[in-house]
Design a protein around this ligand. Structure first.
Ligand SMILES: [Zn+2]
Ligand SMILES: [Zn+2]
Ligand SMILES: [Zn+2]
Length: 325
């Protein structure tokens, strides 16, 4: 993320700032220009008062580009759901900001629109619980809003033996499935994909069963960015896509705060210098986290085969940047 400043006094403000702490100016974020403006009447997203969305409305009095993608909100009469919705939208704006920067289409050639349903588990009349599965289907991303509760998300992370579980990570992973359809399938990149990731037409249910019965292969870290990525080539791609986004956003932030130099993730750099800048930076971030008694910020190792996979994603997205330029 770029470093943002107050348009009036020039002090530094955050991506989610609603006003400048120094001069009190009300702020609105313009996601296409990636800049903060002084808020004018009817310019803000209609969700500003409800959930603190600080983005510019697409049309006066309407929603912003990110909130507009949410088709189903949680039931706001349920206590806690307003906060869950807010947390999910906070994470989603970071995702959508990157999608806008990359000029990625929000509709596939087949006509599937990227959209979000934020749903809760439901207790049925017979007392059983109908669980919401977080996932993707033809552009529809379903998120279980329980993921917005820190205690429940952490319990799920531990239960699944994962190293990392965040709302932003879910957002980035699930849209990875959508951009598999858009950029790989519809983009005619299957031969290269199949060579690097394997056959995405392999039986998914069988792979899922095997993953939960046997776990990942012992040497998974040599070829995959996460244990979950070993499950199926689709999941490998979605995990790699999410990590590409973690890396470019993290690198851009580091450059903006003078913590790294020379890497321009949204420029024309190939993957190798980006990874070469990211790896020592992530090691330093982890060391810093440990110094403060916190868990590792980026608990992952990027091996050579993962670099190849990240390079494939990077190529797809650089093509987008080049074609939009
Ligand atoms: Zn200011
Ligand atoms: Zn909004
Ligand atoms: Zn997935």
């Amino acid at each position: 993320m770029k470093r943002l400043t107050c348009p009036v006094c020039g002090r530094f403000v955050y991506f989610d700032s609603l006003s400048c702490l120094a001069c009190g100016t009300d702020l609105v974020h313009e996601p296409r220009a990636v800049e903060m403006r002084e808020l004018a009447v009817r310019e803000s997203c209609a969700n500003r008062d409800a959930i603190g969305c600080n983005w510019l409305a697409e049309a006066p009095g309407g929603l912003c580009a990110s909130c507009a993608l949410t088709e189903i909100l949680p039931d706001l009469s349920v206590s806690g759901n307003l906060l869950r919705w807010k947390r999910i939208e906070d994470a989603k704006r970071r995702l959508v900001q990157t999608l806008i920067r990359l000029h990625l289409p929000l509709v596939s050639r087949a006509g599937n629109r990227l959209r979000f349903h934020l749903l809760a588990d439901e207790v049925q009349a017979d007392g059983s619980v109908k669980q919401v599965m977080t996932g993707h289907d033809n552009g529809l991303v379903t998120l279980n809003i329980a993921e917005a509760d820190d205690d429940r998300r952490e319990a799920m992370r531990l239960g699944m033996g994962e190293r990392y579980r965040t709302l932003l990570g879910h957002c980035r992973h699930e849209v990875g499935h959508f951009y598999f359809d858009v950029l790989v399938e519809e983009g005619g990149r299957r031969p290269e994909f199949d060579r690097i990731f394997g056959d995405p037409d392999a039986d998914y249910q069988e792979a899922l069963q095997r993953h939960y019965d046997e776990g990942p292969p012992e040497d998974w870290a040599e070829g995959f960015v996460s244990a979950y990525a070993t499950m199926h080539p689709w999941e490998d791609f979605a995990e790699t896509f999410a990590h590409w986004m973690h890396m470019v956003d993290g690198l851009e932030t580091a450059v903006a705060y003078n913590l790294a130099e020379g890497a321009d993730p949204f420029g024309g750099d190939p993957i190798e210098p980006l990874v070469a800048a990211w790896v020592p930076l992530s090691v330093a971030m982890n060391a810093m986290s440990r110094s403060l008694g916190q868990p590792d910020l980026y608990p992952f190792v990027i091996g050579p085969r993962v670099v190849e996979k990240l390079g494939f994603v990077h190529g797809l997205l650089r093509d987008r940047l080049a074609s939009a330029a």
